[in-house]
Design a protein around this ligand. Structure first.
Ligand code: ATP
Ligand code: MG
Length: 430
């Protein structure tokens, strides 16, 4: 073969490699790819039956590798020109290296190309590219390799499963610890609160009893001097002081009672409970309890019970206590609002139950004074109260919170200052 014809062959082959591997202009490929070109790419679907399909394949490849750093090492392993010098076969082994996200990926490609000399020009009429599968020499059908990969995959799956299981256990432990530390925190708050809260009534008790001791001395000396009127006046002061002592003593007593409820280990037993009857019963209990103290107090009670709930397994006294706290607060809030005498105001407290999947929602709503945004975060803290001394200890909601949490449930509030509040409890239906 003339050196010119051979160099033309190599030249065309080079252009064909460049269009396939690099960014040689695709349009020019019609000069060296036959119109009826046929080729196999390395992928299952890469079958090309014409020049235009060849171009499409090249463009798709370029799109996929856009922005990826890539280089190719080439090694020609075979070249043969047919005896009539009108056809040539070239075989190359290529190592394509791509850097993807900083990682080097190497692909080995075997490429066989068939060229034909037509009208004083070489054109590529066929190519066959393949990626050899890595396998042992005697694993002809690649089965050992498949098995090995399967085992590798299985190992990976096992590893991941173990990892997941461990993290799940760790999460559970962390959660348990959180619940524990939340309890500890509320215990700490409680202790600090107790000290502070009890100190106050105690100071009154101490001061008034000291004053009374002095007054008794005075009383005795007035009696000795025969000043009956003075003596009576002093004895009245003593009486007043002792009433104050009694009042503050009671307040300390209430605080202690509330605390005992907090630290109590529930004495009740879980039993199938009709939550609707319970909610109804405690609503009436709360209302009549308040009416006993203040006959003039009137409020409307509304109930809306989901009859599909049936019985749920709870300690009735616990949920009862929570509901009682909520109702008492609600009636208090409507009383407060009533005192502001808004026109046409009808104090209303309502309770609603609803089954929601495997949960039960209980909503206690009032149209009372509502809770200002700036204190709403504090209402579940022990001893937070806006009620006057002797009326509230501020333990109701913190106790309710503890009880609901212990059941694995949730309690939250939605409120608008001046318009009312709604407390929402969510507990398991099982
Ligand atoms: N329905 C409600 N409407 C308006 N304010 C509320 C309502 N429920 C609770 N609050 C506010 O949250 C505070 C804390 O309530 P919580 O039940 O814990 O204590 P308390 O009612 O003040 O006292 P205790 O319940 O111990 O007698 C209340 O003082 C009040 O300011
Ligand atoms: Mg309360």
């Amino acid at each position: 073969m003339s050196p010119e014809k051979l160099s033309k062959l190599n030249d065309i082959y080079q252009k064909y490699i460049e269009v396939g591997m690099f960014d040689f202009p695709v349009d020019v490929s019609k000069e060296f790819i036959a119109e009826k070109f046929m080729g196999y790419g390395t992928n299952l679907n890469e079958k090309v039956f014409s020049l235009s399909e060849f171009k499409e394949l090249v463009l798709r490849q370029r799109q996929q590798s856009a922005g990826i750093e890539m280089h190719v090492d080439r090694n020609q392993v075979f070249q043969k020109i047919t005896n009539d010098e009108n056809a040539g076969i070239i075989v190359e082994e290529l190592i394509v290296t791509m850097i993807i996200s900083g990682m080097e990926h190497k692909t080995q490609v075997r490429l066989t190309t068939f060229l034909e000399y037509v009208n004083v020009n070489w054109v590529v009429i066929h190519m066959h590219a393949s990626v050899p599968v890595v396998a042992e020499a005697n694993d002809i059908w690649n089965l050992d390799e498949l098995n090995r990969k399967n085992k590798e995959l299985q190992k990976l799956v096992d590893e991941r499963t173990t990892e997941l299981r461990t993290s799940l256990e760790e999460l559970k432990a962390a959660q348990a610890q959180l619940v524990q530390s939340e309890k500890m925190a509320s215990l700490g708050e409680l202790t600090a609160g107790i000290a502070h809260e009890i100190q106050n009534p105690l100071n009154f008790v101490n001061n008034f009893s000291e004053v009374n001791t002095e007054l008794v001395d005075e009383l005795q000396s007035e009696l000795k001097s025969g000043n009956t009127e003075e003596a009576i006046s002093i004895s009245n002061d003593i009486k007043e002081n002792s009433e104050k002592i009694n009042h503050h003593g009671n307040r300390a007593g209430d605080i202690v009672k509330g605390m005992l409820q907090h630290s109590r280990t529930s004495t009740g037993k879980k039993e199938p409970t009709n939550i609707n009857s319970l909610a109804d019963e405690y609503l009436r209990l709360s209302y009549h309890g308040l009416r006993a103290k203040d006959k003039s107090f009137i409020a409307e009670m509304k109930t809306d019970f989901d009859q599909t709930i049936g019985n749920i397994n709870i300690i009735p006294q616990d949920i009862g206590r929570v509901l009682l706290n909520l109702y008492n607060n609600a009636f208090y809030a409507v009383t407060e609002k009533k005192e502001q005498q808004p026109k046409g105001y009808e104090p209303t407290v309502s309770v609603r139950t609803k089954k929601m999947g495997d949960k039960i929602e209980i909503r206690v709503k009032d149209n009372g004074i509502g809770i200002p945004q700036k204190v709403v975060d504090k209402i579940f803290q022990p001893f937070f109260t806006t009620k006057p001394t002797g009326v509230g200890t501020g333990l109701g909601l913190s106790l309710s919170y503890d009880i609901v949490k212990a059941l694995g449930g949730e309690i939250k509030v939605e409120t608008i200052e001046g318009e009312g509040s709604e407390f929402i409890i969510l507990i398991s239906a099982k």
